[in-house]
Design a binder for this molecule. Structure first.
Ligand code: NAD
Length: 484
């Protein structure tokens, strides 16, 4: 039997079918949105062991990380959307101005239509379905293209979404470059892409052909500034959790490098080493509490960064690797030069270089002169002025003071990048907004029709119009009295 291929023709007919179903109004109703969100929660409850198993197969992800950072976070998104949806869907009443008096106005959130969500492999369950929650909540039909780099989760998503959600309006398409390219040739009403900036550019060019808006959730090098005089143990534990405790550093907001001063570095390194051993034992390659590297390409990329002659003598902790099982131990490198390979690309793995500056304040310049704005930046300090300076001078998708990665779990904060780390944002209400058009609606009646705006135009009308638009009461009186 001939294998079915998902080509341009298949992509076109899929979008056409979803457009018909969207146009029929099915996805717009509050009840449909609620039913899908409830089904998604039930899907997670009924299939949690399979989800955990798929994530273990793709990444050796520990159950704790899968259950909390992939499943529970997604469940929270659904629960919040269910709780707030009525409120989110309600038009926002807004003020009007004297120029339209008498009138009223509101902003109506309407679904965009048929949207495409493309996700990445590192949190392949959460990053696939979390944007879909926003798309459903906002009343759209949606196609999800999970990452082929996490194949077990991708095929599980195809099966579970097909079984549990309304397949007349929500579909999963699996595949790699040919299938994604076929999807990208179609006209979408929004494309929500999570992944690296190189493919982000491909996505954006494809979207530009149809004037399709995009959200690009990209990555970058997330710095951590460590000031002196802090609680070293708490700092070390929080850095370790953000780095190795988040998919072994394969997370977009994982700390990428530390910046500190020469005299504080030895204390920092000692406590990091000590806490790492507490968490993962003396043989971290054997620890069950740490993910593996996703595949041999990424393993080779990471070992290549370590083997760069500019940094190979700088490894002060870890460095062990197990090629067969795709494992690299938590590795710390001290005083790496800024022109090394490791400092010139997003690491996205278990290597943590430390940069040395003369004064901690110099860190801001290191970040700002790196040429791109990070997705997240972190500061550990007790000094009020330093915190203020950090917030004022460092431009990044998000900032956290005295912890790492946790801003992601605060649904009242937008999650997204700036510059090279992306555009647009989601989470909480921001997800609903990302997939809604904010329609401006002005209501007028037939009373209070002012002849002022109609021809024949006179200088008195002009003066009065100018005074009205300028909001000057004195000007309006002058114009009415005919004073020049
Ligand atoms: P990936 O390789 O899974 O690619 C992402 C998506 O792009 C996949 O769906 C893939 O099929 C598609 N793709 C790949 N090549 C393509 C091509 N030539 N044309 C069209 N589509 C193509 O994931 P990745 O890019 O390796 O993910 C890691 C990157 O993603 C890192 O930079 C990380 O920081 C970033 N990331 C960002 C976030 C965020 O929320 N901002 C989250 C996770 C990862």
């Amino acid at each position: 039997m001939k294998e079915q291929v998902f080509d341009e023709e298949a992509a076109r007919s899929l979008v056409k079918e979803l457009r018909v179903n969207f146009a029929a109004g099915k996805t717009r109703s509050y009840d449909w949105r609620v039913a899908q969100l409830k089904s998604m929660i039930k899907m997670m409850e009924d299939h949690e062991p399979e989800i955990v198993a798929a994530l273990r197969e793709d990444l050796s992800k520990p159950e704790m990380e899968s259950s909390i950072y992939e499943i529970a976070l997604l469940k929270n998104s659904c629960v919040l959307a269910l709780k707030e949806l009525k409120h989110w869907m309600m038009p926002d009443k807004v003020k009007t101005s004297i120029t339209t008096f008498p009138s009223s106005a509101e902003i109506v959130s309407e679904p965009l239509g048929v949207v495409l969500v493309m996700s990445a492999w590192n949190y392949p369950f959460l990053l696939s379905l979390d944007p879909v929650v926003g798309a459903i909540a906002a009343g759209n039909a949606v196609v999800l293209k999970p990452s082929e780099v996490a194949p077990a989760t991708s095929s599980l998503l195809l099966r579970l979404v097909g079984q549990c959600l309304d397949s007349s309006c929500i579909r999963v398409v699996e595949g790699a470059v040919p299938e994604t390219s076929a999807l990208l040739l179609q006209k979408w009403d929004k494309i929500f892409y999570t992944g690296n900036g190189r493919i982000g550019r491909i996505v954006m060019s494809a979207a530009a052909k149809h004037l399709t808006p995009v959200v690009l959730e990209l990555g970058g090098k997330c710095p951590v500034i460590v000031d002196s005089g802090i609680n070293l143990q708490v700092m070390a534990r929080r850095i370790i959790m953000g780095k190795w405790g988040c998919n072994n550093g394969q997370a977009c907001i994982s700390p990428d490098y530390i910046i500190t001063t020469m005299d504080y570095a030895p204390k920092l390194v000692d406590v990091l080493k000590h806490e790492l051993e507490q968490f993962y034992g003396k043989s971290p390659l054997e620890s069950k509490d740490i993910s593996r590297i996703v595949n041999s390409n990424h393993f080779a990329r990471l070992t290549n960064l370590l083997d760069d002659e500019k940094v190979s003598g700088k490894i002060i902790h870890g460095g062990e690797r197990d090629k067969t099982n795709l494992k690299i131990a938590p590795t710390i490198l001290l005083d790496v030069p800024r022109d090394s390979l490791i400092m010139n690309e997003e690491i996205f793995g278990p290597l943590l270089p430390i940069l040395i500056v003369d004064k901690v304040e110099d860190s801001f310049n290191v970040i700002n002169s790196s040429g791109s704005k990070p997705l997240a930046a972190y500061l550990f300090s007790n000094k009020k002025e330093l915190k203020e300076q950090f917030v004022k001078t460092v431009s990044a998708g998000g900032l956290v003071v005295n912890d790492t990665t946790l801003h992601l779990a605060v649904h009242t904060l937008p999650f997204g990048g700036v510059g090279e780390s992306g555009m647009g944002a989601y989470h909480g209400k921001f997800s609903f907004d990302a997939f809604s058009h904010k329609k401006a609606v002005l209501y007028r009646s037939f009373v209070g029709d002012a002849p002022l705006r109609y021809p024949p135009y006179t200088s008195k009308k002009l003066k009065l119009m100018k005074a009205l638009l300028g909001g000057s009461l004195f000007g309006i009186i002058r114009a009415l009295l005919g004073w020049s």
